[in-house]
Write a protein that binds this ligand. Structure first.
Ligand SMILES: NC(=O)c1ccc[n+]([C@@H]2O[C@H](COP(=O)([O-])OP(=O)(O)OC[C@H]3O[C@@H](n4cnc5c(N)ncnc54)[C@H](OP(=O)(O)O)[C@@H]3O)[C@@H](O)[C@H]2O)c1
Length: 209
């Protein structure tokens, strides 16, 4: 698939590298083509990767993945403008500036705001409840970390489901996009455990019988 990965940081770099290795065409969308981080991400992704502006990357792709901070998201989406026919994968956690919670209560979610700012996109919330380290290496003592995703378009969710399996994570359909109101606080719980609770590298695993 042709995938635009916006951002070459921890999330963008991990997803781009692994999908490129699986044969997908990765077009990184960045704001500074000459930064060391961008160069490293493109080089480590091999021949299936290229780089350009966020607008160029999005225009070239079937899927656009948001690996950027919450506070620039609206501007980036509005600069791109047209998402007709594209899947927009929202990995963002809207963590507040004090790093002690989320920007919003659960009467809405970042993903629903993303859908408002990119009304022609088919938005899937995904990858926000797993760390970049788990995207790189999804196995914990032989068990796959679970990756919850949600959205309102079944075909788009299936694409994200399949891309998740390619990473080695366990995809879990968490329902409609509105359920981002639960996935974003769940990610905050993860961040709290990992950063403030001393758990370090850890992941959610859902089990059933
Ligand atoms: N880290 C995790 O474990 C993790 C897990 C799940 C979800 N997330 C979420 O994923 C998103 C990315 O997190 P991250 O940890 O990968 O952050 P990061 O390492 O700080 O990377 C952020 C990337 O966004 C780029 N960026 C910033 N402003 C931009 C703009 N205006 N236009 C284009 N690119 C811009 C940065 O490029 P520059 O170098 O130019 O600033 C950088 O490549 C965040 O929303 C975060 O909440 C993170």
């Amino acid at each position: 698939m042709k995938i635009a990965v916006l951002g070459t940081g921890q999330v963008g770099g991990a997803l781009g590298r692994k999908w490129a290795a699986k044969g997908h065409q990765i077009h990184y969308g960045v704001r500074d083509l000459d930064s060391d981080e961008v160069r490293a991400a493109v080089e480590s992704s091999g021949p299936n990767a290229s780089v350009g502006s966020v607008v160029e990357a999005a225009a070239s792709a079937d899927i656009v993945v948001l690996g950027i901070p919450w506070n620039v998201t609206r501007d980036v989406l509005e600069a791109i403008g047209d998402f007709e026919g594209k899947i927009l994968v929202d990995c963002i956690n809207p963590v507040n500036a004090d790093f002690n919670g989320l920007e919003m209560d659960n009467s809405t979610s970042a993903a629903e705001m993303v859908a408002d700012w990119a009304p022609t996109a088919r938005v899937v919330k995904a990858f926000n409840t797993v760390s970049a380290a788990s995207m790189e290496d999804p196995l914990y003592d032989g068990q796959q970390a679970s990756m919850f995703y949600c959205g309102d378009d079944g075909a788009s969710k299936q694409v994200v489901h399949d891309l998740t399996k390619e990473l080695g994570l366990e995809p879990v359909d968490a329902g409609p996009l509105k359920n981002s109101r639960y996935l974003e606080p769940l990610a905050w719980l993860y961040i709290h455990l990992a950063v403030h609770g001393g758990w370090g590298d850890c992941a959610f695993k859902i089990i059933k019988r």
